[in-house]
Write a protein that binds this ligand. Structure first.
Ligand code: HMG
Ligand code: MG
Length: 284
């Protein structure tokens, strides 16, 4: 039997959060439903961050209320603080994610606080999720390069991974937020992270600004990673990371994995339909 790799679909959240025009909720719901039909088991559907910071994600509860819940699919959301956690719980999310940074510059830009203060903000969220039996994932951003601080030392990445695991995350997604990581850098930060985490506790989240995300995924596969984040149509970026282009396109990752003999459980035709639809949302 072919070995399987999980593709964690980011389109509705990381894909759309950076769009300047307000995308009507009904189109977001339609995209999520197309993705669940295409066979994704994990879809990052919403973001319960401050709507003052990311207005595009303000309708998260309505998106979650509107989607047709498909059995076996986890509909997930970002929750930086208790306010976000409570909104996410009220919207009946299946899984939450906290998101920290390996670099100080991005932490200040994205969360308006230091790395240490961010960990303190996450702590009650982690405790509440544990008490409520809600799965919690963690992101560590800027694992290769920070748009403010430059190249990130791999020891800082490993320290951030260790801290997020200690909070109770079942998996840490390693974010090349600005998509400037090279295969050499990927090799370096993975080697450091694998000293503090097992390969099945790590996922790759590579933006594709310089067109190297697929190579970085290949390096990650050789290190045993079997979960990758991607967004249909290659949409996305982070409003607080200048120069960040879209996530690596899910359809490109799916093709790479198929060529390498991995199973993703995705229906290629439906995936391509979702990707075409996602691209049209840019101009809605
Ligand atoms: P702040 O302004 O320092 O803190 O923001 P605040 O507590 O003063 O909050 C400001 C206002 O927002 C207040 O309202 C709060 O009540 C409200 P006011 O009193 O002025 O009326 N507020 C909220 N409202 C709803 N839900 C909430 C919430 N929190 C506060 N959860 C804060 C600090 C952390 C809130 C802010 O910086 C924030 O929301 N940051 C998130 C930025 C973001 O979403 N970035 C994109 C996602 S991360 C990413 O894309 C990277 C990733 O893809 C991985 C990678 O690529 O590397 C994950
Ligand atoms: Mg991202």
């Amino acid at each position: 039997m072919a070995e399987s790799v999980t593709l964690f679909e980011m389109g509705p959240r990381d894909g759309l959060q950076n769009e300047a025009k307000t995308i009507p909720t009904k189109y977001k719901v339609q995209l999520v439903d197309m993705l669940s039909e295409a066979g994704f088991s994990k879809i990052e559907t919403a973001s319960f961050v401050s709507p003052k910071w990311v207005p595009q994600m303000a309708d998260g509860a309505d998106v979650l209320a509107g989607v047709t819940r498909r059995k076996g699919v986890r509909y997930t959301a970002l929750t930086p603080n208790m306010k976000g956690y409570q909104r996410a719980r009220a919207a009946n999310v299946d899984e939450i994610a906290i998101f920290g940074s390996a670099s100080e510059g991005f932490s200040k830009s994205n969360l308006n606080m230091s790395k240490a203060d961010a960990l303190e903000m996450f702590r009650p969220v982690a405790e509440a999720a544990k008490a409520d039996g809600i799965l919690m994932r963690g992101y560590v951003s800027c694992v290769a390069v920070c748009p403010f601080d430059g190249p990130t030392p791999s020891s800082d990445v490993a320290d951030a991974v260790e801290a997020m695991l200690a909070l109770g995350c079942y998996e840490i997604s390693l974010g090349d937020t600005v998509g400037r990581g090279t295969p050499e850098m990927t090799e370096e930060f993975l080697t450091a992270c694998l000293k503090v985490a097992d390969a099945d506790q790590l996922a790759g989240h590579y933006h594709d600004t310089n067109g190297r995300a697929l190579e970085n995924i290949e390096v990650s596969l050789t290190h045993g990673l079997r979960c990758f984040d991607a967004a249909v149509g290659g949409l996305g970026g982070c409003p607080y990371a200048p120069g960040a282009a879209g996530n690596v396109a899910t359809e490109a990752v799916a093709d790479l994995l198929a060529a390498k003999g991995f199973e993703t459980g995705l229906d290629r035709e439906k995936l391509l339909e979702a990707a075409s639809f996602a691209k049209t949302l840019r101009s809605v």
